[in-house]
Design a protein. Structure first.
Length: 268
C-alpha cells in the first residue's frame, strides 16, 4: 500500500486531500501541531492513519519530522507540503519572529521535508512531491510581504528540484489557489491588513483545492492554478511588477465588496 504524508494534516484542505487519497488506496500519515484536529481527520478515514505532532515553525520540529520520515517511513510514495501560515500586516510593523515564522513554516519546512523525500524517492526511482503554494507565490501584494517571500521561494525551489528529480522518476508539482475558505482566510477577512485581493471573484472551497491536487497527481503538471483565469492576471502582473501599483486600487475596490459579502454570508 502506498504511503502519503500530509503536513498541516488537521487543516481544512488537508482533510479533503486525505479523504481523496484514502479513496485512492493510500495509507495516510498526518503531521500537525494540533493533535485534536488530526484525530478528527484520522477518524474520518476508512483505514487507520498515523498522526504525529510536528511544530514546523522550529528547526528542531522540522528535523524531528524529517528523521521520522527517513527512519520509519522510507517507503513514502507521496509528500504533500500543505502546512501554511500568514499574519497580515506591513513588513515594518511585524515583529522579527513573525517574519521568520512565515519563512520557517512556508519555505524552510517544505524545503527540508522535500529534500529528505527526494533522497528516498530518488533511490527508488519513484515518488511524488506535491506542495500547496498560493497565487501569492506569483504576485506580491502589500500587507503580505513575508508571505509572498516565502511562497515565491517555494515556487522557485519546487521548479528547481523538479528538473533535478525528473530523470530519476520523481515528480514535483505545485497547486496555486487564490482565496480558499479556510480558517486562515476567515482570519484575514476580519484583519484590518488582510488582503482584499483574496476576495476578488469566487472564494474556493477546500474540496475544490483537493480536487485540483488529484488532477495534478493524475497529470503530473508542474503548476496547477485554482482558478486558471486568476493565474493569467497574476503571472502578467508578476512579469511586470510596475503594473501592480497601477491596477491595485481597482482590484482592491472590488475585493472589499467581496470581503463584505464573504463576511456577511458566514456571519463573521
Amino acid at each position: 500500500m502506498k504511503k502519503a504524508l500530509i503536513t498541516g494534516g488537521g487543516g481544512a484542505i488537508a482533510s479533503e486531500i486525505a479523504t481523496r487519497l484514502d479513496k485512492r488506496g493510500y495509507s495516510l500519515i498526518l503531521a500537525d501541531i494540533d493533535e485534536a484536529r488530526m484525530a478528527t481527520v484520522a477518524q474520518s478515514l476508512s483505514r487507520s492513519a498515523v498522526a504525529i505532532r510536528a511544530d514546523l515553525s522550529t528547526a528542531a520540529g522540522v528535523a524531528a519530522l524529517a528523521t521520522f520520515i527517513e527512519t520509519e517511513h522510507s517507503d513514502l510514495a507521496l509528500l504533500v507540503n500543505n502546512a501554511g501560515y500568514v499574519e497580515p500586516g506591513d513588513a515594518a510593523d511585524l515583529a522579527p519572529e513573525v517574519l521568520e515564522r512565515h519563512i520557517a513554516i512556508n519555505l524552510v519546512a517544505p524545503m527540508q521535508l522535500a529534500s529528505v523525500a527526494a533522497r528516498l524517492m530518488r533511490a527508488r526511482k519513484s515518488g511524488d512531491i506535491l506542495s500547496i503554494v498560493s497565487m501569492g507565490g506569483i504576485i506580491a501584494l502589500k500587507g503580505s510581504a513575508a508571505y509572498a517571500a516565502s511562497k515565491f521561494g517555494l515556487r522557485g525551489f519546487q521548479t528547481s528540484i523538479r528538473s533535478e528529480l525528473a530523470p530519476h522518476g520523481v515528480r514535483v508539482m505545485g497547486i496555486f489557489p487564490s482565496g480558499v475558505d479556510t480558517p486562515m482566510l476567515r482570519y484575514e477577512a476580519q484583519h484590518s491588513s488582510g488582503s482584499a485581493l483574496n476576495f476578488v471573484g469566487k472564494v474556493f472551497t477546500a474540496a475544490e483545492v483537493a480536487d485540483a491536487c488529484m488532477s495534478a497527481l493524475d497529470s503530473g503538471k508542474l503548476e496547477t492554478y485554482v482558478p486558471y483565469g486568476d493565474s493569467v492576471t497574476s503571472r502578467l502582473a508578476g512579469a511586470f511588477p510596475w503594473m501592480i501599483e497601477k491596477i491595485l486600487p481597482m482590484f482592491e475596490k472590488a475585493g472589499e465588496k467581496g470581503r463584505a459579502k464573504f463576511r456577511a454570508e458566514r456571519g463573521i
